[in-house]
Design a protein around this ligand. Structure first.
Ligand code: ATP
Length: 136
């Protein structure tokens, strides 16, 4: 079995989509091992998004992620890392495939950052690193 770290970003929490997103995760057959809502700290976000430092969307992304509470979860299941990324859809919510979380529930809102509802780790190494950031 495998674990991944997912976040419902502030747009998802604000829009009341936490339940719908977790419903899709559970309906797919994954187990929620850890779950909490919190206000992210600048330190947590800097660690989480270290690979994006210096990119044009970095500061808008940090500001967005600090704009309201997030829901963090550890979910478990065979190939859950790939499985959740498939459930989430591609990064740009306007063009993410219908049937995915981003494709069904997200769109562009004319802002510098893509408000795309969720994050999911992209590898076993990132998952372990990110679980350490959000569930220390
Ligand atoms: P994916 O890996 O599927 O692209 P992700 O969430 O891991 O999704 P990253 O490339 O790691 O995406 O980028 C982190 C976040 O930064 C994105 O989810 C999105 O909110 C924002 N972002 C990424 N690229 C852009 C961009 N070109 N313009 C605006 N915001 C962006």
């Amino acid at each position: 079995t495998e674990r991944t770290l997912i976040l419902v970003k502030p747009d998802g929490v604000e829009r009341g989509l936490t339940g719908e997103i977790l419903r899709r995760v559970e309906a797919k057959g994954y187990r929620i091992a850890e779950l909490k809502q919190l206000n992210a700290s600048t330190e947590q976000l800097a660690a989480h998004y270290a690979e994006h430092e210096g990119k044009p969307f970095y500061q808008p992304l940090m500001d967005f992620m600090l704009s309201g509470p997030v829901v963090a979860a550890v979910i478990e299941g065979d190939r859950v890392i790939e499985g959740f990324r498939s459930l989430a859809g591609t990064t740009d919510p306007t063009t993410a495939a219908p049937g995915t979380i981003r494709g069904d529930l997200g769109r562009d809102w004319g802002e510098k950052v893509q408000k795309n509802l969720v994050h999911g780790s992209d590898s076993v190494e990132s998952a372990e690193r990110e679980i350490g950031i959000w569930f220390a």
